[in-house]
Design a protein around this ligand. Sequence first.
Ligand code: MG
Length: 162
Amino acid sequence: MSDMRVGHGYDIHRLVPSRPLMLGGVEIESEVGLLGHSDGDAVLHALTDALLGAAGLGDIGEHFPDTDPQFAGASSDRFLTRARQLLAADGYRIVNADLTIIAERPRLGPVKVEIRRNVAALLEVSEDRVAVKARTREGLGAVGRGEAIETHAVVLIERAKA
Ligand code: MG
């Protein structure tokens, strides 16, 4: 028998000119990028929160405060790698991760495969354990107006029952 836990994470970042667009640790060709204290990677932030949540280890803001100068401009793969290490230290392995990215612009269809490959590498799991889905918001709200990108992440983790 294994001890299974599910976690959910959500994040949204504003799109602004003159910033690189990082999603899932992949730099995507775009005229606008995500504003944030770190690189603003809403995919990796949502996924990090999902992992921390599943293991009952708090949230990304507690581990990596956006007031801490050491995280200014930080590449968000740092946060995900740290969360993976914390889970491994507690005996967990990642069963799967399911990501939904909601963006009106740019169109993410062509880069989903690359994001999936990179996220799987960061999580140290095979690609079949990671799903990346891209949607628009049908023109509704801030995301629909192309002012922001948001992501939902769901993960399942497990460890042997004590
Ligand atoms: Mg964030």
